[in-house]
Write a protein that binds this ligand. Structure first.
Ligand code: ZN
Length: 324
């Protein structure tokens, strides 16, 4: 029999991504199914098992062709016990035995992990982390997620909440309310939502009623994070002010984490990171200002390269690493 494959699963609130990968982390087949969170989430693992069987049968293969399944799920995970804590939006009760349920449904070895940690492992293994054993990965999307790979292993922490970078209190005065209940979290500044909020507040303050960002707001009645970065690239003063503000707090948070865990590579992913150099350069400037000086020249900040595939690739790494 040829080399066995890995199944990587990236569970999202609306879609579950699946992929068969080689043991070297190359995606061979990938597909998606809707996430059915009705019936207390009891259908989720059954649907994954059925979809896996169906794909194998299309390829005229059997389960013996798979080495095991790695899965990333949104919520704090106890990796050793394979349980996931309070994930209300998926319907599961607190302390849900996800690993056991997926093993029962598939009769294959399973390892589970938090989804942001899986994405970090994916970027570490096959993406911008380039195989480095010490990688900090930050996803700047609707929210801010993160994962830390230290000494070649995912840093889970005591309650599976290691790497929750989005909820570092980054703004001390007058911070906005965060979904987690606190104020001033990094997520309220460096997520797409946060950037739009800061830019809208800046425009509505009417300190300066000119420029391309102001004009876009007047035209559309709203602006996006992409508008902010596009206008900043063209030198718009308001947009540059917003980007500078975001980069300041993001650079500060990254510097503090780097001074604690000393990553070799910091990888920025998610929709906001598509802004590229217009964000990366000021973040690097603030990072250099705040980081512990002896590590400054030995820490690189780069953009993620795997996009939406990071989760399934990291999940495959997880089960490979688990079985090793
Ligand atoms: Zn928060």
């Amino acid at each position: 029999m040829s080399e066995q494959w890995l199944l990587g699963v990236d569970l999202g609130g609306t879609t579950t991504k699946l992929a068969f990968l080689s043991q070297n982390g190359e995606i061979l087949y990938k597909w998606g199914i809707p996430t059915d969170n009705s019936n207390d989430g009891q259908n989720i693992t059954i649907n994954i098992a059925e979809s896996m069987e169906q794909k194998l049968s299309e390829l005229k293969l059997t389960k013996s062709h798979l080495l095991g399944i790695g899965m990333g799920a949104p919520g704090p995970v106890n990796y050793e016990k394979g349980i996931i804590y309070n994930t209300v939006n998926l319907g599961w009760p607190d302390h849900y035995p996800l690993m056991e349920m997926l093993q029962k449904a598939t009769s294959l070895p399973v390892a589970i992990e938090n989804d942001a940690n899986c994405a970090a492992a994916g970027e570490m293994w096959k993406g911008a982390g380039n195989g480095s054993a010490n990688v900090l990965c930050v996803t700047l999307g609707t929210g801010v997620g993160g994962g830390i790979v230290a000494n070649g292993q995912i840093l889970q922490g005591y309650r599976g909440a290691g790497g929750e970078i989005g909820h570092i209190t980054s703004v001390t005065e007058g911070g906005a309310r965060c979904g987690c209940g606190k104020t001033g979290c990094l997520e309220t500044v460096a997520s797409a939502t946060g950037i739009v909020r800061i830019a809208t507040e800046e425009i509505q303050s009417k300190k300066n009623t000119s420029g391309s960002l102001f004009d876009l707001y007047q035209l559309n009645g709203r602006i996006s994070a992409k508008d902010v970065f596009d206008c900043a690239s063209k030198g718009d003063a308001k947009a540059l002010f917003v980007v500078e503000h975001v980069a300041h707090y993001l650079g500060l948070a990254l510097a503090n984490i780097a001074s604690t865990v000393n990553p070799e590579k910091i990888v920025l992913g998610g929709g906001v990171s598509l802004a590229g150099d217009v964000l990366l350069k000021p973040v690097q400037t603030y990072f250099n200002k705040y980081v512990f000086p002896p590590i400054k020249d030995y820490t690189s900040i780069t953009l993620a390269t795997l996009g939406n595939d990071a989760g399934v690739i990291g999940a495959a790494w997880l089960i490979k690493n688990h079985l090793k």
